[in-house]
Design a protein around this ligand. Structure first.
Ligand code: PMP
Length: 287
């Protein structure tokens, strides 16, 4: 983790940073978050992430803790203080501190803002050997489009995947369709070369990486379709991969122990990863 955290107006030593025990995020998961990927000191798709934060806040009727411009300044200042080159910046806004009651506080409270950074290894164009995923029933609620900090179903699914030796869980709805990963969006390439990912609705989070990749895929003249796909279809796909701000484009080479395609990283995922990394390299470095 970075040396400093930002907590409600102050840059504090990460080891000492703390929030109030009556914070509604801590007690009721009444809050939202964002994760922005950082590569070579640059935020990837900052504006889109902040737009999504704004949407999550509005959906839950939580106010902005600081002005949008101020948030941009704080993010850069924390990156600078933590000499962040590669990794992520995490921001969380909760409804604030109030005596515990499920209903919203009746007197105005200031939303709480916490921001941390994490260093990770530099991610490049090479996607590595690919990862395994494990299917899990999607037991989440009907507002998966909101990026809330209430993540227990995702936590349990990810843990089950990890315990089985897989990297990610693929969540499967009552129709047998893969909605998304526990913390990633899910994609397949069909045997006739079509790129498929589920349409965005209240069943999944509209990933920012997904959004950007959609634009890149269209500029690469790939045939792209947004529709549900079943777990059975995924197992017969030519390729599969996951996307997120921190995993970029990561090939999936195994689903529930079965090889996807020939069990190796495929050309479509490889090319999309390259394009995404090229895209991430554009823009101004902060540090
Ligand atoms: N789905 C879920 C459930 C997630 O938690 C994430 C990661 N935030 C994603 C998809 C990918 O979204 P993004 O590309 O914006 O990181």
């Amino acid at each position: 983790m970075g040396r400093y955290a930002y907590v409600n107006g102050r840059y504090v030593d990460h080891q000492q940073a703390s929030v109030h025990i009556e914070d509604r995020g801590y007690q009721l998961a009444d809050g939202v978050y964002e994760v922005v990927g950082i590569r070579d000191g640059k935020m990837i798709d900052e504006a889109l992430h902040i737009d999504r934060l704004d949407r999550s806040l509005r959906e839950l009727r939580i106010g902005w803790p600081v002005a949008r411009g101020t948030l941009g300044f704080i993010l850069r200042e924390l990156m600078r203080r933590n000499s962040l080159r590669d990794g992520l910046i995490y921001m969380q806004v909760t409804r604030g501190v109030a005596r515990r009651d499920h209903a919203f506080p009746t007197t105005p409270v200031k939303p709480a803002l916490v921001i941390t950074t994490k260093n990770t290894k530099h991610l490049g164009a090479d996607p590595g050997p690919g990862v395994a995923v494990k299917s899990q029933r999607d037991i989440r609620w009907e507002r998966c489009d909101i990026k809330t900090i209430a993540l227990l179903p995702n936590v349990l699914a990810k843990q089950a995947a990890r315990e089985s030796g897989a990297y990610e869980a693929w969540l499967v709805d009552d129709q047998g369709c893969v909605t998304e990963g526990a913390s990633t969006n899910a994609w397949i390439v069909t045997p006739d070369g079509e790129l498929i990912t589920r349409q965005t609705d209240n069943g999944i989070l509209a990933g920012i990486t997904r959004h950007t990749l959609k634009a890149l895929a269209s500029s690469m003249q790939l045939k792209f379709v947004e529709r549900p796909f079943t777990l059975a279809e995924a197992k017969k796909a030519k390729e599969a991969f996951i996307t997120s701000a921190t995993s970029f484009v990561t090939p999936v080479v195994k689903i529930d122990g079965d090889a996807v395609g020939d069990g190796k990283v495929g050309p479509t995922a490889r090319r999309l990863r390259e394009e995404y990394v090229r895209f991430a390299g554009e823009g101004e470095a902060v540090t």
